[in-house]
Write a protein that binds this ligand. Structure first.
Ligand code: A2P
Length: 224
């Protein structure tokens, strides 16, 4: 690493306070338990297991990595494009170590990832780099992703299936939101206490929460 690059973190983001982390882990695990036992979910089980008859315990299926957070800019210690420019922005410097509230408005489950959708406020969007929503998105999916509002990728990774990298959660979320927007896929919906559950094909589930879960968080940088 060059000396300049060494100063840059792995990523910037909003980190849930530890007591909030516990609260969100409990309520999201409840959702997995509910989903796991639904007949509609069992019907599509092979999309998770590869085999029709095999059972899946979603709580075991996803591995959680803490601290729970919503990434705003992945810097990779300066190797990611635009990292230095991002870190040098006054708005970013001013926000560091400041308190913020993250609004979790939905929960997503796919065979790869389990994530919470975050709806950023206009103030939080100032810390969301332009263009970051479409980073790593396959060219064929770009038109539908570009039609989504800025910040649609904002999320907290709650868990990943074995061998899946956390970066996949944002990509899965964009795909789910694009499908929901297009509504060309018949969504098998169920009304749960927590909100409206949609099925978007290929093992993709989305629960739109009736009431947002507001999580106290701190904006900061993270390095391992
Ligand atoms: P996410 O924000 O979806 O949770 P890792 O543990 O793989 O080093 O990643 C550290 C954090 O940075 C994770 O939160 C991860 O995903 C995010 N991240 C990793 N790679 C990228 C990337 N290429 N673009 C955006 N975010 C990334």
């Amino acid at each position: 690493l060059q000396p300049k690059e060494a100063e840059l973190p792995l990523f910037f983001g909003w980190f849930l306070l530890s007591e909030v982390e516990e609260k969100i882990k409990c309520s999201t695990m409840e959702f997995l338990k509910t989903l796991d036992t639904m007949e509609a979910f069992k019907k599509h089980l092979s999309e998770f297991t590869g085999e029709a008859e095999k059972e899946v315990d979603l709580e075991q299926y996803f591995q959680t990595k803490t601290p729970l957070h919503c990434t705003s800019k992945f810097c990779d210690y300066g190797k990611a494009e635009g990292s230095k420019e991002y870190a040098e922005q006054q708005v970013v410097k001013d926000a560091c170590d400041g308190a913020s509230e993250l609004a979790v408005v939905g929960l997503m489950v796919t065979p790869r990832t389990f994530g919470a959708r975050v709806l950023l406020t206009p103030e939080q969007l100032q810390l969301w780099p332009p263009g970051v929503d479409k980073e790593g998105v396959p060219a064929s999916a770009l038109p539908s992703i570009e039609a989504l509002p800025t910040g649609s990728r904002a999320h907290v990774t709650l868990g990943c299936a074995a061998g899946v990298e956390a970066v996949q959660t944002g990509l899965d979320l964009l795909e789910v939101l694009a499908l929901k927007q297009a509504e060309h896929q018949p969504a098998a919906e169920a009304e749960l206490d927590a909100g409206t559950l949609s099925y978007l094909g290929e093992g993709r589930w989305y629960l739109e929460l009736q009431e947002a879960i507001v999580c106290d968080a701190t904006f900061s940088s993270f390095s391992e």
